[in-house]
Design a binder for this molecule. Structure first.
Ligand code: E4P
Length: 216
């Protein structure tokens, strides 16, 4: 499973990238709004740091505007995947951009049928938002499971990015289902390292070593 980081914060991206397991980055307008500088400048910096797919979202909600912004975004790097929400207009743009060979990450997916529409239009990625579904007492991971089944039934190669991840169990469940990618906030990525027995184990090894006054 690929790990993307879900942030536009350069320090977090730099730090996560240094761990050696980062495959890409996803951003959105809310994440970019928290950072200094223009969206394009932020994306340029991200492209310099991470050697992988970088999702950048259009702001326009009309077809011409989406196409114009998409073309500006892919000028920044050939690794940009254009994020487009699953609306009727969005689907038209997804189809046109996919026909041009542009990677599209269909965002704000909340049902298997929305994912099927995006895959049929040729999207490279679909992003089901599991946390936001869980927030309204729906089963986010059931949507991911259903999308996996549908894509496997028909051999779609559209990759599933599990998005809106809130905690390590979301990453675990995504991996068990066989989702292609999890896009993970920095604080959740950090939590993946944690196990109290690891900390206790290190402490015990070191205290035994010190007590014996051993040479390395
Ligand atoms: C995905 O690409 C989105 O950026 C993100 O996962 C949204 O998550 P949120 O529900 O925490 O805003």
């Amino acid at each position: 499973m690929k790990f993307f980081i879900d942030t536009a914060n350069i320090e977090q991206i730099r730090e996560a990238n240094s761990w050696g397991v980062l495959d890409g980055v996803t951003t959105n307008p809310s994440l970019a709004a928290r950072e200094e500088g223009s969206y394009k400048k932020i994306l340029e910096e991200i492209a310099d740091i991470v050697d992988g797919s970088i999702s950048a979202e259009v702001i326009a909600q009309d077809y011409d505007g989406m196409m114009k912004e998409a073309h500006e975004l892919i000028e920044i790097s050939d690794r940009i995947a254009v994020k487009i929400p699953l609306t009727k207009v969005g689907l038209k743009a997804i189809k046109s951009l996919s026909d041009e060979g542009v990677d599209v990450n269909t965002t704000l997916i909340f049902s298997p049928m929305q994912a099927l529409l995006a895959a049929k239009a040729g999207a490279s990625f679909v992003s089901p938002f599991v946390g936001r579904l869980d927030d309204i007492s729906s089963m986010g991971m059931k949507v991911v499971q259903d999308i996996r089944t549908i894509f496997d039934n028909y051999g779609f190669d559209t990759e599933i990015i599990v998005a809106s991840i809130r905690h390590p169990m979301h990453v675990y469940e995504a991996a068990m289902i066989g989702a292609d990618i999890a896009t993970i906030p920095f604080n959740v990525l950090e939590k993946l390292f944690n196990h109290p027995l690891t900390d206790i184990g290190i402490e015990r090894f070191l205290s035994d070593w010190r007590r014996a006054n051993k040479q390395f």
